[in-house]
Design a protein around this ligand. Sequence first.
Ligand code: V1S
Ligand code: CA
Ligand code: ZN
Length: 397
Amino acid sequence: RNGISRPKGYTVSWHANPEVEKHHFGMAHPMKPWRLTLTKEIVMAYGMHTAMDTHLSRAATVEELVEFHKEDYIDFLSSVTPQNLATNYPWLKPGAVGYSGPFFGVGEDCPIFDGLFEYCSLYAGASIDAARKLTSHQSDIAINWSGGLHHAKKAEASGFCYINDIVLAILQLLRHHPRVLYIDIDVHHGDGVEQAFWSTDRVLTLSFHKYDKETFFPGTGPLDDTGPTHPDNPGAHHSLNVPLNDGIDDVSYQWLFESVVGPCIDTYRPTAIVLQCGADSLGHDRLGCFNLNIQGHGSCVSYVKSFKIPLLVVGGGGYTPRNVARAWAHETSICIGADKDLDPTLPLHTPFRHHFAEEGPTLFPPLHATRFENKNPRTYLESIVTAIREQLRYMHG
Ligand code: V1S
Ligand code: CA
Ligand code: ZN
């Protein structure tokens, strides 16, 4: 099977539970957990699972969830169902007496669906397990494609995210690691993670995203938003944001990513890294507006891996399921060091094959066809790099 073998000198672990994939947000909703099934189909067809320690993840416990989230919010998530919603929470209905806007963030973006709490606790459990594999030195790279849900707040669901598995995983890492770097290449701003670690210098958060305060969710993450700067806040200058315009391509993104991430690692000297690989920054995404190819997106993973620092890799957004699956399968191959060995023709012979018919059975379809013109001139990218370097000078390592 393509001769995939275990990586030499380091261990990669894969954390997943197929129960996650069975949940449905609703027909019209762009978040499709079955994209994880497609990802796994490709990974297994190439034989990549034989090169990793594969762990069936378990549900996070309530005690684990309340390490970040508020207890009444977890109580709500664990007891609400589509059936009891209207009876138990009548004030949730717009127009009802006492209605005061979305309740715990519930609404069209974050609907209450069957099995919601199982879905949440399973993806969170996988990220916590993955982080523990790193802290116990049993893995050097740990992967949870079902995680990466970066918008969830302490007591509020937001942007398809209910539990912030990334925050929970970083809290685990902080038990053993003095400094954690969080990098977020989802097309959206990683606001929930940024906010959670806003007041500490032990986590440096760095998000690349499309930024438009008025028209693009969540409307936060301008370049100059680097953490509250009052003198006694240790977290000042420890939130970095790279706001981008439509249409950025592989060459620009790769140059920018390396020009920003390199100095961040050199200056901050993290002892662990969490990489959120939201695949909605790919071209042809249903919600995104960038023009990245699978290779361009994957080059971020290769670059981060090259520093040989304990690494937690999580998923995130990604709304054209077949391309999400291609990207995350390719990135799995990068993690195990097999990317150069893969035949780019998808070795799929199962009924899943038809999902890839549109672009043909290839791992690397061209996704750069410019639905969005590149509105990020070189001068703009250079000004970002200058500003980030400026921010890093405030950091005392
Ligand atoms: N963009 C976008 C978008 N589309 C939807 C949506 C569409 C159909 C549905 F049935 C339900 C929702 N919501 C949004 C965004 C949220 C994007 C979340 C991205 C999550 C992530 O990739 O970063 C991580 C997993 N919400 C909005 O733009 C808010 C609205 C302002 C517009 C859409 N309506 C449905 C709610 C209010
Ligand atoms: Ca991002
Ligand atoms: Zn996103």
